[in-house]
Design a protein around this ligand. Structure first.
Ligand SMILES: NC(=O)c1ccc[n+]([C@@H]2O[C@H](COP(=O)([O-])OP(=O)(O)OC[C@H]3O[C@@H](n4cnc5c(N)ncnc54)[C@H](OP(=O)(O)O)[C@@H]3O)[C@@H](O)[C@H]2O)c1
Length: 425
């Protein structure tokens, strides 16, 4: 029986999960592939690294031990980061080894270089676990839906922020308290910046949109906003309006141009994504060919992520030489659709002085910029009055021009709260 040697870079959260699944499911993997897939070497930084489930004889601190081992044909990179990981992946690909990775930031920042190296060597670069963890979105987009002309990919692609927004909605607690609780429970890292600031979701959307639209999108092409400005007040107003707050990755194909962004948005309570709670992820795909498809499941965690990595290993091992599903079918080089010309619906909360004429002044400025108000409610009085508005779809440039003038009115104080509204309402 053919043997396939795996060189594993990193034995942390996901790497140790891969080690565990390779051992536990060795029989099934052999049945599925007809090959014996074994872990031959594990790279870690610390020569004293030891784990009860890791045979010390497999451990090395020299990448060359993996690179130069002819029995290793698949390198699984799970160290994270963009420095050593880039170097190791490029050297492995150039040496003719297949690479499997979960490293979203590396792919979103250096995808072109890596895919070119894979192409030149005629090897696979597989990355299912880099976006939406255990949920097989990339395989579905790349293989099952390759001819379906997907025109929208939008969804909840970050579990930390979904956990936090769900907890804010359920308990009424504010952002800071929920973040502390998420850190205590291990849903948020000690430094949560990439998650709460939207960069993690932006990297995933760069990957997903590249695969869906057959055109490369990098992290620099994805403007992102996180949830740091979302308050329990807005979540409560949203609930009264039948809306649920989510951090969404939104990739749209409009007249042959792409717009890919990450922002917090309200969804109608009846929208399938609105019911996705806790640390779960879900991706909603639309196309004229199939209308709507939703994929849902755990977006992170040792074993769920490791199972996606194993799926990639099996896909690599099972591909017969010469019958190649391309790593990234990014041949189109589509232009981007400017954010300012996107048509969006907005929720807006303004803190105003309760003076005669304030509603008229706000409405007049919106009117001058062609922004139409769908509903407006005033809450409270005196200095603490608030206007909560829902707007009809509008070109974003018009909305933000009106908002700039409204914010400058002497009746308006503090920073306005602005949240887009997605989905049919
Ligand atoms: N955790 C998840 O649920 C999840 C989900 C989806 C994707 N991912 C992605 O999967 C990758 C791995 O994440 P993880 O959570 O498993 O990370 P992790 O727990 O920090 O594990 C990484 C391991 O690699 C080691 N390492 C780091 N740099 C190294 C180097 N230059 N040479 C040798 N060893 C090195 C680390 O050692 P030290 O601890 O000594 O630095 C650590 O043991 C990342 O790209 C991440 O974005 C993770």
């Amino acid at each position: 029986m053919d043997k396939v040697g795996i060189g594993l870079l990193g034995y942390g959260t996901v790497g140790s999960g891969v080690g565990k699944l390779l051992r536990k499911n060795a029989g099934d993997i052999t049945l599925a592939t007809g090959k014996q897939v074994t872990l031959r070497r594990v790279l870690e930084k610390d020569p004293g690294f030891s784990r009860p489930d890791l045979d010390p004889a497999l451990l090395t601190t020299r990448f060359e031990d993996i690179l130069e081992d002819p029995a290793i044909s698949v390198v699984v990179e799970l160290i994270g980061g963009t420095d050593a990981a880039l170097d190791f992946q490029l050297r492995a690909l150039k040496a003719g080894k297949h690479v499997v990775t979960a490293n979203k930031q590396l792919l979103a920042q250096h995808g072109a270089e890596l895919f070119d190296a894979a192409e030149e060597s005629g090897v696979h670069l597989r990355f299912e676990a880099s976006a939406v963890g255990a949920v097989p979105v990339i395989k579905v987009l790349r293989e099952s839906l390759v001819a379906a002309e997907v025109n929208t990919v939008f969804g909840i692609v970050n579990g930390t922020t979904n956990y936090m927004l769900s907890a804010m909605a359920e308990t009424g607690a504010d952002y800071g308290d929920v973040l502390k609780e998420a850190q205590r429970l291990g849903y948020a890292e000690a430094d949560p910046t990439e998650d709460v600031g939207g960069k993690d979701a932006a990297a995933k959307m760069a990957i997903l949109s590249s695969i869906a639209f057959h055109s490369r999108t990098g992290l620099d092409d994805v403007p992102f906003e996180g949830i740091t400005k979302i308050s329990s007040t807005d979540i409560a107003h949203g609930a009264r309006l039948g809306l649920v707050a989510k951090l969404l990755g939104v990739a749209k194909l409009i007249d042959g141009r792409m717009n890919v962004r990450v922002y917090p948005a309200f969804l109608p309570q009846a929208h399938p994504l609105a019911g996705v709670k806790g640390a779960y992820n879900a991706v909603f795909l639309t196309s004229d060919a199939f209308d709507e498809i939703m994929l849902f499941g755990p977006g992170a965690g040792s074993i769920p992520t490791a199972s996606a990595v194993i799926g990639d290993i099996i896909s690599v091992v099972n591909t017969v030489k010469g019958s190649f599903v391309r790593n990234c079918l990014c041949y189109k080089d589509l232009p981007f659709f400017p954010d300012a010309d996107m048509v969006s619906r907005f929720y807006l909360r303004l803190r105003v002085m309760d003076r005669p004429g304030v509603l008229a002044r706000v409405s007049a400025l919106f009117g001058e910029h062609g922004v139409s108000i769908r509903s407006m409610v005033q809450e409270g009085g005196g200095d603490e009055a608030e206007l909560v508005l829902l707007l009809h779809p509008v070109r974003e440039a018009q909305f933000f021009a009106a908002l700039q003038q409204i914010s400058a009115l002497s009746d308006v104080h503090g920073e306005p709260a602005v949240i887009r509204v997605e989905g049919e309402a």
